[in-house]
Design a binder for this molecule. Structure first.
Ligand SMILES: [Ca+2]
Length: 225
């Protein structure tokens, strides 16, 4: 693999050939430092025992993301057989935070992350209301968005909501609900991950150097002419 930090080529190039090789090496290094985001969907599926709803207060970690219960809040994982009135449309496990005006904060093992979308519903007969989502930006400041949830009577009405594209570089996200019971599912997040792009093979570096030498030589020839 090409070593970007030790090319063996000094800043003071001694010849035109060395300068061309330096240019080709820098191009290769640029490709190696490309960034990409890795998206993940937290489904909570198959986490609760069949017919059960384990209380995981005060915090629960799933795939590097930690859910921490806010004040006066309890958090649960619900199996669909525990209460069929509240299950999401796909009939799978989901996550709840419950209490008096409950809240839950999401943090990540990575320094920052993004929130793309989630599914939510008021549950256990709660009235309609707004679910408030607050994100803290790593550079300072917060983002706030509210999403209307329908009344859970007689059954929960699940909807999927998307966040604006600027919900990136977040250090934490908090969901807050003004009544008593709310469910979350299919939370789509991602985190920046350094992706190593394959280095250019030596023959490609040689070809780039040759092309640069050819065009450089032509320009030099025209100046002399
Ligand atoms: Ca689920």
């Amino acid at each position: 693999m090409f070593n970007c930090t030790n090319t063996g080529v000094g800043v003071q190039a001694r010849s035109r050939r060395t300068r061309h090789f330096t240019t080709a090496a820098l191009l290769g290094c640029t490709l190696l430092t490309a960034q990409a985001a890795s998206a993940i969907t937290l489904t909570f599926n198959d986490l609760a025992p069949s017919g059960d709803a384990p209380n995981v207060t005060p915090s629960y970690t799933l795939s590097g993301y930690t859910f921490t219960a806010g004040p006066s809040t309890s958090i649960f994982l619900l199996d669909p057989l525990y209460d069929t009135d509240n299950v999401p449309p796909d009939g799978t496990d989901f996550f709840t935070f419950e209490g008096g005006s409950p809240s839950v904060e999401i943090t990540a093992s990575a320094p920052t992350f993004s929130l793309q979308s989630f599914s939510a519903a008021a549950i256990y007969g709660d009235p309609a209301g707004d679910l408030t989502v607050t994100g803290t930006l790593s550079g300072g400041g917060t983002l706030v968005a509210t999403f209307p949830l329908a009344a859970a009577s007689p059954t929960a009405v699940w909807n999927t909501f998307s966040l604006p594209a600027n919900w990136v570089d977040l250090t934490d996200v908090t969901f807050a609900w003004g009544d008593s019971y709310v469910g979350l599912d299919n939370i789509v997040l991602d985190e920046p991950v350094a992706q190593e792009v394959p280095a250019l093979p030596l023959w490609a570096l040689g070809a780039m150097s040759g092309l640069l030498a050819l065009f450089g030589g032509r320009r030099l020839g025209r100046r002399r002419a």
